[in-house]
Design a protein around this ligand. Structure first.
Ligand code: G3I
Length: 303
């Protein structure tokens, strides 16, 4: 196949990208988007600060534009994200009691998932809940501090009850290297959820890599998580300087794991990236394919 999406579809996978509403009207951008990608993650538009800027007041317009674009172009959607400590409005982070926060969290999940019911392939139900300090424990957040460790389980149970046909994912960064404490912490949580019947279907590995690309254990990590009985996905791939070898290897790690169901890059052109000056994506600022595009397409076609 001659495009990323079609090549990934050859092994029943998808190839996606992050899309901000504001770029849908850029014709160079939209041409590449609709030619190459068959899965879309809204870059910011489904986050709490956009969707529920004040309590009970919901703003779905920006994300609706993306969902409508996807529907018109045969693309599926990943929902990103329901519960996250960042891009969280201050009216939520300043809540002081557990009962209020519990009902606010569950209402947010319920309203957002209901609005998009049937239109989302997979939701990042909880994003980035684990700490970077080597403890393997949850990070401090208003959710953790008021509701305790059980907030993640509660969010997943609520999510399942709202849209039983959507896949429910836990999504995080720096969980690609198998021996890291953070990876082990997330692995233990998923193992515990599966053993107790807490609804979880997938784990997203953001995969924001330095110029050396993925750690050598990445395939092992993906395969060990998959062995717990969940799908795994690369959800936000970008690699500083976009070495063709590093991109090919990262993608191959997913292709080597049967339950790695898809890959999403976090933007299209280098100029679309949140990593200013790192040129970490597959297309240059003019929308031309870079060398890494070739190694990725080859890997997808050969799997
Ligand atoms: O919308 C405002 C605009 O009104 C204002 O003028 C402008 C001035 O700073 O800011 C705009 O908001 C920015 C927003 O992106 C939309 O462009 C925020 O400042 C900026 O912080 C925000 O950055 C996003 C970042 O998440 C926030 O944490 C990036 O676009 C987005 O790519 C990034 O994505 C995250 C994933 O969701 C989770 N994993 C990590 C990943 C990279 O950081």
């Amino acid at each position: 196949a001659s495009t990323l999406g079609a090549a990934a579809a050859g092994s029943n996978r998808y190839f996606g990208t992050a899309v901000p509403t504001g770029k849908l009207g850029d014709s160079t951008y939209a041409t590449v988007l609709d030619r190459e990608f068959n899965m879309i993650t809204p870059e910011n538009e489904m986050k709490w600060d956009t969707v529920e800027p004040s309590r009970g007041s919901f703003n779905f317009g920006p994300a609706d534009s993306i969902v409508n674009h996807a529907a018109a172009h045969g693309q599926r959607m990943r929902g990103h994200t329901l519960v996250w400590h960042s891009q969280l409005p201050s009216w939520v982070s300043s809540i002081g009691d557990a009962n209020t926060l519990r009902s606010v969290m569950n209402n947010h999940i319920t309203q957002e998932m209901t609005h998009y019911k049937g239109k989302i392939y997979a939701w990042d139900v909880v994003n980035e809940a684990f700490a970077d300090n080597g403890s393997g424990q949850h990070r401090s957040s208003v959710f953790q501090n008021l509701l305790g460790n059980g907030f993640i389980e509660e969010a997943f149970r609520t999510a399942r009850s709202v849209d039983p046909s959507a896949k429910l994912c836990y999504n995080d960064y720096s969980i690609e290297n198998w021996s890291d404490a953070k990876t082990q912490g997330v692995y233990s949580m998923v193992k515990d959820f599966k053993s107790r019947g807490v609804p979880i279907d997938c784990v997203g590995f953001q995969s924001h890599f330095g110029s050396g690309g993925a750690p050598s254990s990445f395939r092992t990590t993906l395969s060990n998580f998959a062995a717990l009985g969940v799908d795994v996905q690369i959800t936000e791939l970008d690699i500083a300087q976009a070495s063709a070898t590093a991109y090919g290897d990262a993608v191959q790690s997913c292709l080597d794991v049967a339950r790695c169901t898809g890959i999403t890059v976090w933007g299209i052109r280098d100029s679309d990236s949140w990593r200013t000056g790192e040129n970490p994506l597959l297309f240059d600022n003019s929308g031309n394919k870079k060398a890494a595009y070739g190694t990725v397409l080859n890997a997808l076609n050969n799997s």
